[in-house]
Design a protein around this ligand. Structure first.
Ligand code: NAP
Ligand code: ZN
Length: 354
């Protein structure tokens, strides 16, 4: 029997998030049913809820940093059992047969494209997917992650499912490690995970921020220092010195300021997805030092598991502020003001109680 699920949704464009309920399917085949304990609040949730990317289907239930307990499994499930602590990130399915899926890079699925945890067409089950601002979810086992952290840390583990993997994957891909000088642009949800993970990988890390008040936090998280991105003197002191810069900023800005700080053959990888484009960077800044601008999308399922295990081994979780479900609209307002240290996480018990 399909299960009635309580949630928060944007029901029609331009309205705030509000209580909503719908049915989740019963677990069949290789499905895992999960009671959601915590769900992180990603800036992508806000972009989608506010239809800033122009492709939101309503009603929209955001949320793709999900942790909880397995409550039921389909008959073909082999990897999980009832009671396991598990996570779900940004994807719940992909074609499984294209070269990217074969390579374990399901996020770049060239077949039908990956099925997002929310706001994706769900060809298999009908309608569109509804995410983790809800009491439970049903996901096929290949897109469910095993969580090894202690239960006491679960709320702070939730953001690893998106912010963690979105920073871990490019840091690994561009071979960050001991001897690398790495810059992280924007100390928000993604940025603060990027600092912790790059530091744990052995890199020398600097934060570029518009918020000088975050300097002590940046150092506590593992950065050598915070560079105020609007301060010419602070920026110039690092000209031509970075191997890799990970740019997490969710708004259009001047990329040249950061490109100038890369060494020869250095790369700046963009993971932030502003609603409006960045001003075009100057080609000269690229060609004279063979610098590159790249992009990166979350990470594959196997790499997400690797990241979770890496974080467990290195004692890494997110710095969070836990909120009740009904505080979500205020949390979005604060996220827009860069006023979050450093990730909001919804305690789903608040929704179950209400
Ligand atoms: P967030 O928590 O809001 O952090 C963004 C940070 O960017 C802010 O804390 C702020 O840091 C800085 N910032 C904000 N406005 C700025 C502006 N106008 N100019 C310069 N800096 C500004 O957001 P998030 O959850 O980390 O997400 C960041 C972006 O990544 C979003 O666009 C999101 O959609 C995208 N994203 C992409 C992927 C992917 O796979 N590529 C995955 C998840 C999210 P300071 O105060 O330090 O300046
Ligand atoms: Zn996200």
């Amino acid at each position: 029997m399909p299960v009635q699920t309580d949630a928060y949704a944007v029901k029609t464009a331009g309205t705030p998030l509000a209580p909503f309920s719908f049915e989740r399917r019963d677990p069949v085949g290789d499905d895992v049913a999960i009671d959601i304990q915590f769900c992180g609040v990603c800036h992508s949730d806000l972009h989608t809820a506010y239809d800033e990317w122009g492709r939101t289907t309503f009603p929209c239930v955001p949320g793709h940093e999900i942790v909880g307990k397995v409550t039921a499994i389909g008959p073909d499930v082999t990897k999980f059992a009832v009671g396991d602590t598990v996570g779900v990130g940004c994807m719940v399915d992909s074609c499984g047969t294209c070269p990217s899926c074969d390579a374990g890079e399901e996020q770049y699925c060239e077949g039908s494209g990956f099925v997002g945890t929310y706001n994706s067409k769900d060809a298999k089950h009908g309608g569109h997917t509804l995410g983790g601002y809800s009491t439970h979810i049903v996901v096929k086992q290949d897109f469910v992650l095993a969580i090894g952290h202690d239960d006491a840390d679960l709320a702070a583990v939730a953001p690893l499912l998106c912010a963690g993997i979105t920073t871990y994957s490019p840091l690994r891909h561009w071979k960050v490690g001991p001897g690398s000088k790495v810059g992280i642009v924007g100390l928000g949800g993604l940025g603060h995970m990027g600092v912790k993970i790059a530091h744990a990988m052995g890199a020398e890390v600097y934060v570029f921020s518009t918020s000088p008040s975050k300097r002590e936090d940046a150092k506590r998280l593992g950065a050598t220092d915070l560079i105020v991105s609007g301060d010419d003197a602070e920026m110039q002191a690092h000209a031509g010195s970075f191997d890799f810069i990970l740019n997490t900023v969710a708004a259009p800005h001047d990329l040249d300021r950061f490109l100038n700080l890369l060494k020869r053959d250095g790369t700046m990888t963009l993971v932030g997805v502003p609603a409006e484009p960045h001003p075009s960077p100057a080609v000269g800044n690229l060609i004279f030092r063979r610098r590159a601008i790249a992009g990166s999308l979350i990470g594959g399922i196997a790499e997400t598991q690797e990241m979770l295990d890496f974080c467990k081994e290195h004692g890494i979780t997110a710095d969070i502020e836990t909120i009740p479900m009904d505080a979500i609209n205020e949390a979005y307002d604060r996220m827009l003001r860069s006023d979050v240290k450093y990730r909001f996480v919804i305690d789903m018990a608040s929704l179950k109680a209400a």
